[in-house]
Design a protein around this ligand. Structure first.
Ligand SMILES: [Zn+2]
Length: 263
């Protein structure tokens, strides 16, 4: 296919999609928009990867007004001190303030996935993480996924990746949690890295002072989800079971209990 043809086809698919939306979905969505037009009260923020296969709003069946979505390569949460020390601002930081401080959402969730191209790349460059790169994607990972690599190297050094990982907060040890990554050894190492990354990013949320205040007041919960894009299954990290658990008819009740006791 020529480049010109590919460009035309790409935009035509977007136009076709909008036409289908107008014909099939717009009447229903208009009603939903009307319901939330005057007073939307979003219930959560989901931070996920830019990957075109991660259809987070479909997987969660989110309706208008329900969730904020933030997306970047590898679903990374730059630690707060990165903004503070460098006197810069980033979209993730601003989105967290918009959702959590100005709109008081009660839940923030980091949502990782299998066969993540950013995590596959991080896996390949994990041993050169401290060498700066001029390539923006490499550098993005090198700056913000250092903690992920440190945790993964502990896992990698243990036999069969069986080691228990401890995700410890620098100051607030009540937030520390432990995790077993892929205990049934189903996934390739780069997918294990993706699970480690998802948990490490959940820890990064805790570095934000304005999130910390709401966490201390028990107004906010932080969770982690992970999806296997080939099986179409979604997993939730269970603080109690210390691993990702598939969300299905057998586990739903147990997992929903974990959404209530404060974590
Ligand atoms: Zn990804």
């Amino acid at each position: 296919m020529s480049t010109v043809h590919a460009v035309r086809k790409g935009m035509n698919r977007i136009l076709d999609g909008i036409m289908q939306y107008r014909q099939a979905l717009r009447p229903t969505l208009l009603e939903e928009f009307k319901k939330v037009a005057m007073g939307p009260s979003p219930e959560g923020l989901l931070l996920t990867c830019v990957d075109s296969r991660v259809v987070a709003s479909r997987l969660t069946q989110a309706v208008p007004g329900q969730l904020f979505f933030v997306r970047n390569p590898g679903n990374l949460v730059p630690p707060y001190d990165y903004f503070e020390k460098n006197n810069i601002v980033g979209g993730e930081c601003a989105a967290l303030e918009l959702a959590c401080s100005r709109n008081n959402v009660p839940v923030i969730t980091v949502f990782g996935h299998s066969d993540c191209k950013a995590m596959n790349l991080l896996y390949r460059i994990r041993n050169e993480i401290s060498i700066p790169s001029k390539n923006p994607l490499d550098q993005w990972l090198k700056v913000h996924a250092k903690g992920t690599v440190e945790q993964f190297q502990k896992l990698e050094s243990s036999s069969d990746f069986k080691r228990k990982l401890v995700f410890a907060s620098a100051q607030h040890h009540e937030d520390d949690f432990e995790a077993y990554i892929d205990p049934n050894n189903e996934y390739k190492p780069s997918d294990k890295l993706s699970q480690v990354n998802t948990l490490e990013q959940m820890r990064h949320f805790l570095s934000y002072p304005f999130l910390r205040e709401r966490l201390n007041r028990k107004e906010l919960q932080v969770h982690a989800l992970w999806t296997d894009i080939y099986k179409g299954e979604v997993y939730m990290f269970s603080f109690k079971e210390k691993t990702f658990i598939k969300i299905d008819e057998n586990t739903y009740n147990k997992l929903s209990l974990e959404c209530n006791p404060y974590k």
